[in-house]
Design a binder for this molecule. Sequence first.
Ligand code: OSB
Ligand code: MG
Length: 368
Amino acid sequence: MKLTGVELRRIEMPLVAPFRTSFGTTTVREVLLVRAVTPGAEGWGECVADASPLYSSEYVDGCADVLRRFLVPAIAARPDLRPDGVAAVLAPVKGHRMAKAAIEAAMLDAQLRLDGVSLAGRLGAVRDRVPCGVSVGIMDSLPELLDAVDGYLDEGYLRIKLKIEPGWDVEPVRAVRERFGDDVLLQVDANAAYTLADARQLARLDEFDLLLVEQPLAAGDLRRHAELARLIRTPVCLDESIESVEDAADAIMLGACSIVNIKPGRVGGYLEAVRIHELCRAHDVPVWCGGMLETGIGRAANVALAALPGFSLPGDTSGSNRYYAADLTEPFVLRDGHLDVPTGPGLGVAPLPHRLEEVTVDTEWIRF
Ligand code: OSB
Ligand code: MG
């Protein structure tokens, strides 16, 4: 494809409420957007890295730096490169998957707009709407948590995920079960806050019939996840541990997980995400689409991915209003617990120009 240049744009999006996990609290989402410009169309990619390297080693300034110095120049040197060749051209640069995913997504969006094809169609979607869950942060008290969950269930969310950490695990799960009953689809996410020495504490969650426990142990620790999976009844799901299709294959073989959270940014892009989906499907391992507090740009692509056949569990693909009073795009609105999959070319959505202006803090144009 003929790129005339790439824009790196920094925006700041205030969340409707602080989001607390075992690794930190986010109140303003600092997002790096990548815009790929061709003579006939432009495409957008949202980099999911956070401002600080706490969820993973990547962070916004680091992503902008590696894009500017290494990734964008490597792409500029290959004038006829198509989106499905991006990963191979960027492979000599080690790691930096979130940065790679963002430029690949922007090029995919531009190419698909030129071709008049939706991202959902390109990836192999089989549904026109996807069932949605919501990720509920750690709160200061149980009453606050119950209020938040009550509100989300009222809105129609089909599955609740509670963030947990040592000291905030069995009690919040028990409180939600007692108040809302056993029929609520409920799962927890520890973001690697436990060690294998906590196996007995994690086994106390067994009685609550959770769908899964997400990433209880450290990202690099597949072996201990496999041990833990034998010590508890709740199915283990991996998030941070899975950065590639090879990681997913290893985790499945070792018995380190029986469910996979697929986040396109974490694994280096939507095309790698599809490969992980295919591998898991071949092994009867359910997958679901994770989230990183995306704006409408990243959300549109996640919803397209979540419409693939192996995504058999509700994802962290919540409506725009769960995150932002005003989204960057036309808002995604929950209807009957589902979000519609965009049907237009590429992402099917684009930033609203006035909104984009309001939230932009920096832009940088790299001419090819
Ligand atoms: O671990 O899934 C996670 C948000 C930021 C970083 C990591 C995670 C999350 C979430 C929220 O759980 C998912 C979402 O609603 O976007
Ligand atoms: Mg997670």
